[in-house]
Design a binder for this molecule. Structure first.
Ligand SMILES: Cc1cc2nc3c(=O)[nH]c(=O)nc-3n(C[C@H](O)[C@H](O)[C@H](O)COP(=O)(O)OP(=O)(O)OC[C@H]3O[C@@H](n4cnc5c(N)ncnc54)[C@H](O)[C@@H]3O)c2cc1C
Length: 438
């Protein structure tokens, strides 16, 4: 049974990425329909303050209310204990159910159903449901998560092993969490919420194979994990794919979003943040496209933005693995688990130096409100996509004034910046060889 969805965009998948995009497009007046079903497996995931703020900013208040925290983020990495910031715990699938509920309350059309296929023709996308219905619309978005993208990856980390999840009950009710690197290679994220405890493990392949044969005995004997888990029985254990990779952002009339576009290392704990931020990136692309802007530059902009984020996450992860390897190497030969992860994706530092002589002004696409528009941007080796503004203040005029040594103009621009000026001045001062602002 064919139905024209009477929508400009069909979104497949109602996780954080699909839901955020639905809200952003709906706010700009586009007709959107979201089709998805609630993620089945029970998990606890951790999010940061900025992800929580993003959920509030999107008006996903029921969803944001699922987050329990703030809890101090306790990390023991390479034997060194830190509490760098705070995190909030999310029970999934309660979080996923709240997302769909929030969308409905915002007046967005939601169909809760299993999708059997999503494909793009030359002029429309077609989405097939398990009940036999087929919906069509001019544009579609694939946001069904990590499992849908694996076959489309342009590249992938050479060492992704599945995550092993253990769940159990606990009599202790206070929420808590901890992340740690394991002395024999691999890492763990443990959390406790609403009488449940949850352990997510990334282990060397041989250890995983061995541990899965007798999970309770293995856990009880593990010197780092048994004090966290205690004596309770493992209630349930299962594997989840955690392959890392990125795809092309578009195929014909279908755009990819969230994990379906770019699956990052669960080590980062930033999957939900990345899902939300990818929606903020795609919404202005679709708005501009539907208003008649030329496809090629929009797609190029979005692909470059996604790739830059992907490589940045990959290099940040590599540096964590290096830290663990270098700690190990002080006392013994580092575990092959760390060594394999020290070289991907490359040897390039996470941040490149930004000498004043390499700062350039040019024009390029940038997000401007709900659309993309050409703007004056500041390019540096570390920011090849260009910086439009810092603390909301356009940066190019200030750089231009300083490059031409027009200090009077620079002073006027800073005065005009009002209360945002101190943030901009602090940001500028982080570049030690840039000329001092007046
Ligand atoms: C082991 C592991 C642990 C993680 N821990 C964290 C963490 O602590 N913090 C964090 O921020 N991130 C974490 N992540 C990442 C996080 O889960 C994802 O990055 C994030 O949920 C991606 O959002 P998404 O909307 O792109 O995809 P998803 O959240 O996966 O949403 C996809 C949606 O599509 C639906 N769907 C899929 N197939 C169909 C179908 N056929 N029909 C209808 N609907 C369908 C699903 O039910 C789901 O609702 C972890 C990932 C893994 C693998």
């Amino acid at each position: 049974m064919h139905q024209d969805a009477a929508s400009q965009v069909i979104i497949a998948g109602g996780g954080p990425a699909g839901a955020a995009l639905a809200v952003l497009l709906h706010r700009t007046g586009l007709r959107v329909i979201l089709v998805g079903r609630i993620r089945e497996y029970r998990a606890i995931e951790g999010i940061s303050r900025r992800s929580l703020q993003a959920l509030h900013g999107l008006g996903l208040t029921r969803t944001a209310a699922c987050a329990v925290g703030p809890l101090p983020r306790q990390v023991t990495w390479g034997g060194e204990a830190r509490a760098p910031n705070a995190e909030w715990l999310l029970p999934r699938p309660a979080f996923d159910a709240a997302l769909l509920q929030d969308l409905r309350e915002a007046g967005i059309r939601v169909i809760e159903a299993r999708i059997t296929a999503l494909e793009s023709g030359e002029d429309r996308v077609r989405l097939y449901l398990a009940d036999g219905r087929m919906l069509t619309a001019p544009w579609g978005v694939e946001a069904r998560g990590r499992a849908t993208s694996r076959r489309q990856f342009l590249d992938r980390a050479p060492w992704s092993t599945p995550a092993w999840i253990l769940r159990g009950k606990t009599a202790v009710n206070t929420p808590d969490s901890a992340a740690l690197s394991l002395s024999d290679g691999g890492w763990a994220w443990w959390s406790r919420l609403e009488g449940q405890q949850y352990l997510q493990l990334a282990l060397p392949e041989a250890t995983l194979h061995h541990a899965r044969r007798a999970p309770d005995a293995w856990l009880a004997a593990h010197p780092d994990l048994s004090p966290l888990w205690g004596r309770t029985k493992i209630h349930h254990n299962y594997q989840r794919p955690s392959t890392i990779g990125r795809t092309r952002v578009r195929e014909k009339r279908l755009w990819r979003l969230g994990d379906a576009a770019m699956a990052i290392d669960p080590l980062s704990g930033q999957g939900i943040f990345n899902a939300l931020s990818s929606a903020y990136g795609l919404a202005p692309v679709l708005n501009s496209l539907i208003q008649g802007a030329c496809l090629a530059p929009l797609e190029r902009f979005h692909q470059r933005r996604q790739d830059a984020q992907y490589w940045r996450f990959a290099r940040a992860g590599r540096d964590f693995y290096r830290q663990a390897a270098s700690r190990d190497s002080m006392t013994a030969v580092p575990s092959p688990y760390w060594v394999r992860r020290c070289h991907w994706p490359d040897l390039q530092p996470l941040h490149l130096p930004e000498p004043w002589t390499r700062v350039r002004i040019g024009r390029g696409l940038a997000i401007s409100g709900s659309h993309l528009a050409e703007r004056a941007l500041v390019f540096t080796p570390d920011q090849p996509l260009g910086i439009q503004a810092v603390a909301g203040i356009p940066l190019a005029p200030l750089v231009e004034a300083m490059q031409s040594k027009d200090h009077r103009r620079a002073a006027t621009l800073l005065a005009d910046a009002g209360p945002s000026a101190p943030a901009l001045i602090r940001w500028w001062a982080d570049h030690p060889d840039w000329p001092a602002l007046p």
